[in-house]
Design a protein around this ligand. Structure first.
Ligand SMILES: [Mn+2]
Length: 317
């Protein structure tokens, strides 16, 4: 059931001992939303714990370093930035069928929770959470502001993607003005700093990038063997998807990453008009019109063939 800000406020003011679930392969938005909401709940006197099926990458330490929270038996189950229960990873089995509140910004949200606060037009889940905190009149601490800023900055590609709302800029301005956050440092760590392995991989990725469908589809496929050879992890590859649509002519770009179990995680990007969320939905995934994803099974060649055919159909529509 979709709910309003005031219904979400009533729920949060009356909850206790909350677990906040973030999605697997965590990014800046779900971590920022998780830890930002944890700070807001602390202001309300509610203790909470942030959980994730995968470890939080080191570059997000400034948000996570005070700890994910105490160990207690949760009485409240909250999900942030999670459109579908399957994205909870191992927490799907533990909490998936009893999520009491989901706060999200994905239009594709499956409404799996008892209550869903969804703002499909928001840049990031962090934008929804900031507006909720303002609506509730809850104090936003500097740490909370840094978390929420990070989610908005990362989901908007540093305020560059088409999904960036005027509100995202207004919130960023408020963050600078009122909370003295170190936005330049945050953005340096989110967008510029990379490992030597990753820098080398960028060169490699350019080399292995393929053009299909008269250059309208760019594919980069990275297998487990390649990751091992270059000493790079799945998480370090996060953020490579946008590189695919830097290619001149490309309308759709896909980054394929082979997981340890052999399944391919496919991250789609659209340069302009093609709705990649619709494409991913036909493949069992989802997301936004310009950034979406799915998983695909089979050999690399089979996966690529299916992918090319699916995108070819979408382009001819
Ligand atoms: Mn998000």
């Amino acid at each position: 059931m979709f709910i309003s800000f005031s219904e979400a406020e009533t729920f949060l003011r009356n909850c206790k001992d909350a677990v906040i679930i973030t999605h697997q392969t965590p990014d800046g938005d779900c971590i920022g939303a998780g830890f930002g909401l944890k700070d807001i709940l602390a202001e309300l006197g509610v203790r909470s714990r942030v959980v994730c099926s995968d470890p939080f990458p080191a570059r997000y330490d400034f948000m996570t370093k005070d700890g994910a929270g105490e160990d207690f038996e949760p009485q409240t189950i909250i999900a942030v930035d999670i459109a579908d229960v399957s994205l909870m990873g191992k927490y799907e089995e533990i909490y998936g069928d009893r999520v009491q509140l989901c706060i999200d910004h994905h239009i594709s949200n499956k409404d799996y929770a008892q209550r869903t606060l969804l703002r499909g037009e928001a840049t990031a889940a962090c934008e929804v959470i900031y507006d909720l905190a303002k609506f509730m009149g809850v104090k936003v601490t500097r740490h909370c502001a840094m978390c929420l800023y990070t989610g908005i900055a990362t989901d908007s590609g540093c305020f560059k993607y088409d999904c960036t709302t005027p509100r995202a800029h207004e919130i960023a301005a408020e963050m600078m003005r009122s909370y003295d956050i170190n936005f330049a440092r945050i953005n340096r760590y989110m967008f510029d700093v990379k490992s030597l392995g990753r820098m080398k991989l960028e060169g490699y990725v350019s080399e292995i990038m393929e053009e299909h469908l008269d250059g309208k589809l760019a594919i980069v496929a990275v297998t487990q063997d390649m990751m091992k050879e270059l000493g790079i992890t799945m998480e370090e590859l996060e953020g490579f998807a946008p590189l695919t649509i830097q290619l001149e002519q490309a309308e759709v770009g896909v980054l394929l990453r082979e997981r340890e179990d052999g399944v391919f995680k496919c991250s789609f990007r659209s340069a302009w008009d093609v709705n990649v969320s619709a494409i991913c939905q036909t493949l069992g995934g989802g997301g936004h019109a310009k950034a979406a994803g799915c998983t695909m099974e089979g050999s690399l060649e089979e996966v690529k063939a299916t992918l090319i055919e699916t995108v070819r159909k979408a382009l001819s529509e």
